[in-house]
Design a protein around this ligand. Sequence first.
Ligand SMILES: [Zn+2]
Length: 116
Amino acid sequence: MIPKSVISNEILWQILHQPLEGDYGSTDDKNCNLLLNSDYHELMQELTFWHELIHVLQHSYDLPDQDLDPESIAKYYGPALFAFMRRNFHELKWIDHERKSNSESVGSRDETPELV
Ligand SMILES: [Zn+2]
């Protein structure tokens, strides 16, 4: 499950699921909300979460977001992403769970004991 909130640079962002016209998602940096369009399937919302998270990092770390070359993207976004993942490690445990449950239907993965 997508977390209800995340912390980016010590700023609390609420994750809200609601109908959005013509958008998979968006960020509301005035109110620190990450919005996901509830009209779409949950897996689409999960994918959109990661897109919008980049915008959350841009807002909360005041990162440059225009005309960046690949080295600048790595330089600015790498440390912000690392800090984010470390700070939200417990909230992001769903990533591993989702991967395991999805791979069952594909049938291409070795059986590993599930940690609960
Ligand atoms: Zn975008």
